[in-house]
Each structure stands twice: as structure tokens, then as C-alpha cells.
Design a protein around this ligand. Structure first.
Ligand code: SF4
Length: 218
């Protein structure tokens, strides 16, 4: 359930879009293939870690055709510093094979098709489509989940329900808001020690853990 008034929601939206006008993912990629792989690796893993892993992975497997022919054990070795690397390696190779066999080597950009790839759930698909095509979609990672709760944009218990609340609240500019909420959660409204003194949403935050009496800067 969304706990804020329409006016408050519009103001939160306005400030998020203003402060993160050009926000993009911090994952490094050169094309849709690299983006998909990076997003698949980023589940339960930091972008920083993924960015350390992908240069060697893309050097060894520069295209989806190369990855489809890869030995899973070799991929595991290359991504072993990533959480759930066993499953991720299997899924990466299986997804690449499916793209070749079912989609003539072209990664689908239709959500219904994208989620058919092994290891690609709705969240991964949304992140890819938000980043690559600026689609009006929301994706809820740990940062978006936390920020949504602290700002009273959702009281839901699951990422899927939080996503529904955010879509209902904001309706448009969802891709840009997603990117903004990720960066806001990563650098300002952090899980521990949120930087309330630097928060441009300070006056709109009713979260009980907010650090009171800090100067706000809009
Ligand atoms: S005031 Fe603090 S807790 Fe509230 S949204 Fe800003 S950073 Fe997060």
C-alpha cells in the first residue's frame, strides 16, 4: 500500500528526477549481450564486484556465440568471486545457447521472451529493459526496497508488491526513477548510517530511524 498523498508523491518524484537527471547503471557494458550478462551476475552481488569480473569474462567470451560454446567449468572459474557462481555459470551458458537456438542469436527485448532465458527472472528482465531501452518499468532491488519503505511509498513485504506500489504511485518516468532510487539508496539513504544530513528528501521522510535535527539540503 502507498502511504503518501498524491502531492507528496509528486514532490518525491520531482526531486528524485532532478537530482539524478542522467542516472544510469553503474554496471559497465558495451552492448546488450554484456548488459544482460552483467545484470545476471549482479543478483545478490554488488555492481563493483561484477565490474571486476566482467572484463576477463568478456575478453574470453566476447560474443553470445562464444559464450554459448563455453565450457561451464571455465565460466565458473572466471566468475568464482561472485555469489552463486555455480548456478550463474550454468545459466549464462544455457541462456546464450537458447538465444542462439531460439532467437537466431538476437537477445529478445520483449519481456515475455526475455524471462524465458534460464536465470532471467522478472527483475533481471526489467533492469535490462530499463537500462537498454528506457522502458517504463520498475525493478525492486535491495536499495529500491529500502528507500520505498523509508519514504512511505510502500509497506509491502515482497519486492513484487513493492514494485506494484511504486508503479501505482509514480506511473510515468519509472525507468529514471528506478535508476535514481538505486543511486539514492546506495549513496545517501544507505542501509546503515543513512546520510540524512545530505538528504534532499529530508523534510518528506517520516521514517522513525531518520536522524533528527540534521540540517537538510534540498
Ligand atoms: S532523511 Fe535519511 S532516512 Fe529519510 S530518506 Fe533521507 S537519508 Fe533516508
Amino acid at each position: 500500500m502507498v502511504l503518501r498523498s498524491p502531492k507528496e508523491i509528486q514532490e518525491i518524484k520531482r526531486r528524485l528526477l532532478e537530482h539524478y537527471a542522467q542516472a544510469k547503471t553503474e554496471l559497465r557494458y558495451k552492448n546488450l549481450y554484456e548488459l544482460l550478462v552483467a545484470v545476471m551476475l549482479s543478483a545478490q552481488c554488488t555492481d563493483k564486484r561484477v565490474n571486476q569480473i566482467t572484463p576477463a569474462l568478456f575478453e574470453r567470451y566476447p560474443t553470445i556465440e562464444d559464450l554459448a560454446k563455453a565450457d561451464v567449468e571455465d565460466v565458473k572459474e572466471l566468475i568464482k568471486s561472485c555469489s552463486f557462481f555455480n548456478n550463474k555459470a550454468k545459466n549464462l551458458v544455457a541462456a546464450a545457447k537458447m538465444v542462439l537456438e531460439r532467437y537466431q542469436g538476437k537477445i529478445p527485448t520483449d519481456e515475455k521472451e526475455l524471462i524465458k532465458l534460464p536465470g532471467v527472472g522478472q527483475k533481471t528482465a526489467h533492469v535490462v529493459l530499463i537500462e537498454y531501452l528506457n522502458k517504463n518499468l520498475m525493478a525492486v532491488d535491495t536499495h529500491v526496497f529500502r528507500v520505498a519503505h523509508r519514504l512511505g511509498l510502500s509497506d509491502a513485504k515482497t519486492p513484487q508488491k513493492v514494485e506494484e506500489d511504486l508503479v501505482q504511485a509514480f506511473q510515468t518516468d519509472l525507468a529514471a526513477i528506478h535508476q535514481a532510487m538505486v543511486l539514492f539508496g546506495r549513496y545517501i539513504c544507505t542501509a546503515k548510517n543513512p546520510k540524512c544530513d545530505q538528504c534532499f528528501l529530508y523534510d518528506l521522510c517520516n521514517w522513525e530511524g531518520k536522524k533528527r535535527g540534521e540540517p537538510k539540503s534540498e
